[in-house]
Design a binder for this molecule. Structure first.
Ligand SMILES: [Zn+2]
Length: 110
């Protein structure tokens, strides 16, 4: 039996993945800015502190979201998988987390 999430559950999962991705991209961007501020001469310590704080904020959010992402079907902890933000299948209930293609559902998800 192949389990699948409902369209509403996919939407929730997509939002989680989107927020997670935003935090990761944001932390990488602010990390680059922070490094540049520390390397570049003549930058004020205030801006260094601000960019470090923003980076820590993004990185902490990404870490927390990744660690506490929950399966929409069984509410089990998903954890993150190397190479992907979220695993393809729930490790607890086995529900498929990757969105089905349009050919599989017969309708457009967008
Ligand atoms: Zn599950």
């Amino acid at each position: 039996m192949s389990q699948a999430l409902t369209p509403a559950q996919y939407r929730r999962l997509r939002i989680t993945r989107g927020v997670l991705l935003t935090c990761i991209v944001g932390s990488l961007l602010t990390l680059a800015i922070t490094i540049w501020l520390f390397v570049a001469a003549g930058t004020s310590s205030t801006w260094r502190a601000v960019s470090t704080a923003v980076f820590v904020e993004f990185a902490a959010s990404a870490a927390v979201l990744g660690a506490f992402a929950k399966c929409p079907a069984c509410s089990g902890r998903l954890g993150s998988e190397a190479g992907d933000l979220l695993p393809r299948r729930c490790p607890r209930c086995g529900v498929r987390l990757a969105e089905p293609t349009n050919a599989e559902t017969g309708e457009s998800l967008r």
